[in-house]
Write a protein that binds this ligand. Structure first.
Ligand SMILES: NC(=O)c1ccc[n+]([C@@H]2O[C@H](COP(=O)([O-])OP(=O)(O)OC[C@H]3O[C@@H](n4cnc5c(N)ncnc54)[C@H](OP(=O)(O)O)[C@@H]3O)[C@@H](O)[C@H]2O)c1
Length: 242
């Protein structure tokens, strides 16, 4: 319960990796703001699980493609739960596309959710912490930033930029706020991805298998707890980035 007395906001926490992160932070003692966009039922289940285990959680809805809603999300969390100490930028869209076939609207939507929303949330988070406060930001990136390749153009560019944002703000916000990143590899198949295709990707990694949300959770807790790491990105990908 070493996170007792802290409040964490996890975006996209209704299901999958985000829900696992929210539950783990709550189990470690943090009060958790579960952000969701569409997964209201699953967010309710995540919240109920946390409360059953004696933890504290509230659900907040926001469409992070809308910058105003991203700013309002932090305001609403702060108004209901108090100052936020841990921000996990997990929400994202994994949109396929190449240069020739990515319309401006698709490019802008991916940038808004995967890059601008984390930027706005980090900004609101930093402004909300007292100069003497201590905060932690964890950005979920992707192993593919180590070896950019065609297929998910806007997604990869947004994640690359989020990694740059992570390193710059790690310096800007030090020493009160630490900013780190996690770069997952094959953890869960993306929406619409066939299980077989996912297993083929996982089998092709050096470790030859998929990871699990628990692998991300363990890394998240490590980065939240470690007082001397900032501006770092940990690949949790079975070596896929190599
Ligand atoms: N899964 C993997 O193996 C893998 C691999 C590499 C990197 N990652 C990264 O790890 C993170 C978590 O992965 P994941 O697969 O669990 O993510 P995911 O299921 O694809 O998406 C996470 C959440 O993002 C939220 N979201 C999407 N559009 C939104 C919008 N307009 N406004 C607000 N929220 C929105 C959704 O919330 P609602 O469901 O509530 O609508 C969704 O549940 C992501 O950042 C992803 O890029 C994952």
């Amino acid at each position: 319960m070493e996170l007792a007395g802290t409040t964490a906001l996890v975006t996209g926490a209704g299901q999958r990796i985000g829900a696992a992160c929210a539950e783990a932070l709550a189990l470690a003692g943090a009060q958790v703001a579960i952000h969701t966009h569409r997964s209201h039922t699953m967010a309710g289940e995540c919240c109920a699980t946390i409360r059953r285990q004696g933890g504290r959680a509230e659900i907040f809805a926001a469409d992070l493609s809308d910058g105003q809603q991203a700013v309002q999300l932090m305001e609403q969390v702060t108004a209901r739960l108090g100052r936020v100490d841990i921000l996990v930028n997990n929400a994202a869209v994994f949109q396929p596309g190449h240069l020739r076939d990515t319309p401006l609207t698709a490019w802008q939507a991916v940038m808004a959710i995967n890059l601008t929303a984390p930027f706005l949330l980090m900004q609101a988070f930093a402004r909300g912490l007292a100069p003497s406060g201590a905060g932690v930001i964890i950005n979920l990136i992707d192993q593919r930033v180590a070896r950019p390749r065609p297929g998910h153009l806007a997604y990869t560019v947004a994640k690359e930029a989020l990694w740059t944002l992570t390193r710059i703000t790690a310096v800007e916000l030090a020493p009160t706020i630490r900013v780190n990143a996690i770069a997952p590899g094959p953890i869960l198949p993306a929406a619409g991805m066939a299980g077989e295709a996912f297993q083929r990707v996982a089998a092709a990694t050096p470790l030859g298998r998929a990871g699990s949300p628990q692998d991300i959770v363990d890394t998240l807790l490590f980065l939240v707890r470690h007082p001397f790491i900032t501006g770092e990105m940990i690949f949790v990908d079975g070596g896929e980035h190599l």
